[in-house]
Design a protein around this ligand. Sequence first.
Ligand SMILES: CC(C)(COP(=O)(O)OP(=O)(O)OC[C@H]1O[C@@H](n2cnc3c(N)ncnc32)[C@H](O)[C@@H]1O)[C@@H](O)C(=O)NCCC(=O)NCCS
Ligand SMILES: Nc1ncnc2c1ncn2[C@@H]1O[C@H](COP(=O)(O)OP(=O)(O)OP(=O)(O)O)[C@@H](O)[C@H]1O
Length: 196
Amino acid sequence: MRRVGLTGGIGSGKSTVAKILQTCGATVLDADHIARMCTQAGGAAIPDIRHHFGETFVSADGAMDRDRMRTHVFANPQAKQLLESIIHPRVHEELERLLQTSPADCVVFDVPLLVESDRWRPQLDTVLVVDCEHETQIARVMARNGWPRQQVESVIAQQSPRAKRLASADGVLWNDGIDLPALQALVLGMTRRLGL
Ligand SMILES: CC(C)(COP(=O)(O)OP(=O)(O)OC[C@H]1O[C@@H](n2cnc3c(N)ncnc32)[C@H](O)[C@@H]1O)[C@@H](O)C(=O)NCCC(=O)NCCS
Ligand SMILES: Nc1ncnc2c1ncn2[C@@H]1O[C@H](COP(=O)(O)OP(=O)(O)OP(=O)(O)O)[C@@H](O)[C@H]1O
């Protein structure tokens, strides 16, 4: 089975590219989605979140309070590390489980923090990086999430620099100044070039 990693900074367009790949028939495993599942009400990470962060980080419905947690961890690297130490092993466990049950010849791992951790690269045959200007990331996330600029900046500041991400790429999708049909054409061209 061929393992393809798909990564990029916040707002670069990873999920959009993942959707295009999916419509082309690719099997995509989404780390953000799994992380969200385990922090929903009754999710596997909730008891540890309650224990380490306290009841105030769990909403009345039993899910992690994402707004509170986001503000806390992106202003506090130690807290971010603690949250990651709770969630990441569960994400890896679930990805492994999904992989075992996948009959596909080629699986795409949509992983925002692929270059932030050393464990990913050796497990992948090919890495695709979605990239765009810093200002484009900010504008997209402000528009999509309704966040103030400062909040987007605080997330970008906690992610790897673009140069590090680009250094691990086998293919780069420059998702800037193009509309969605053009991005689709770019993705198709890349999949053909890499024989995906
Ligand atoms: C901090 C949290 C609560 C913010 O929730 P929110 O709903 O705003 O964001 P969401 O989960 O949809 O992630 C959106 C994007 O934020 C960025 N991001 C998320 N977690 C992190 C992190 N630990 N470090 C850097 N960037 C991150 C990524 O670009 C991601 O694609 C949440 O992202 C979280 O629980 N993060 C820890 C788990 C994690 O590392 N997830 C990333 C992939 S496994
Ligand atoms: N080429 C494009 N043209 C127009 N809008 C785009 C383009 N690429 C992405 N977008 C929009 O930008 C926003 C961010 O894209 P997307 O959600 O795919 O990014 P992401 O990298 O997955 O973000 P995150 O890291 O937050 O999960 C979305 O609203 C998406 O529709």
